[in-house]
Design a protein around this ligand. Structure first.
Ligand code: ADP
Ligand code: MG
Length: 210
């Protein structure tokens, strides 16, 4: 079923398909939830939204009043993920800190989206200016990607620029990497080097002084 005439770059996918964790990470609004549901269907894997899991099971250290967000107990979520993986075998975990709770040996897919488009997406979601700024900055500065590489190395980290790709195209790309017919790649986006970045930086400067 997963056979390919080409040399297998990550043939371990087929061998390990009974026990595999696939982490879908990236800044809020890049498309993690959309993609991970489609991927779960495609791979017949169990899907976990980490933010939901943490809140539903109280795996939270405290509430950050200023940022109006829960501070997740990363270690507790990690233990829970490992237990769920033993139960379900093949697991897709999604969330902006999925790379932090994925055990060693997991596949990490970092979804990227042009930060000027992300700003529109997050404003549409009704996020306040501070939260939009924080997340747009994180995307601009490759935060999730660099954290993922720092923790997992680059061998099983793959970056996908989702801007102007359909969810189906993105799922297909991830599937190809998992099957070993497409080598994993990082360094595919350079937001700061793009002409649109100038205006975005001015906007960031502007909102930080408001
Ligand atoms: P996240 O889980 O990373 O916050 P979502 O999956 O909720 O992101 O997606 C954010 C928004 O972008 C949703 O409205 C979703 O329908 C839309 N979206 C997701 N993937 C794509 C895509 N590839 N192209 C266009 N819109 C997308
Ligand atoms: Mg989501």
């Amino acid at each position: 079923m997963f056979g390919s005439p080409k040399p297998q770059i990550s043939s371990d996918y087929a061998e390990r398909r009974g026990r595999l964790i696939i982490a879908i990470t990236g800044s809020p609004g890049v498309g993690k939830t959309t993609i991970s549901h489609l991927l779960a269907e495609r791979l017949k894997a169990h899907h976990i939204d980490l933010s939901k899991l943490a809140l539903e099971e109280g795996l939270v250290e405290e509430w950050d009043e200023e940022r109006d967000t829960a501070i997740v107990d990363i270690k507790a979520v990690k233990r829970r993920v490992e237990r769920l993986q033993r139960r379900y075998g093949r697991l897709i975990i999604e969330g902006h800190y999925a790379h932090d709770v994925a055990p060693k040996g997991s596949w990490i897919f970092v979804l990227r989206r042009a930060p000027w488009r992300l700003r529109d997406e997050l404003e549409e979601r009704g996020y306040d200016a501070g939260k939009v700024r924080e997340n747009v900055e994180a995307e601009l500065l490759d935060i999730c990607l660099s954290e993922a590489i720092e923790t997992h190395g680059s061998g099983r980290v793959h970056e996908v620029d989702t801007t102007d790709k359909t969810p189906q195209e993105i799922v297909e790309e991830i599937y190809e990497v998992l099957r070993g017919v497409r080598p994993p790649r990082i360094g595919v986006v350079d937001w700061l080097g793009r002409p649109e970045a100038k205006q975005l930086l001015e906007w960031l400067e502007d909102v930080s002084h408001r």
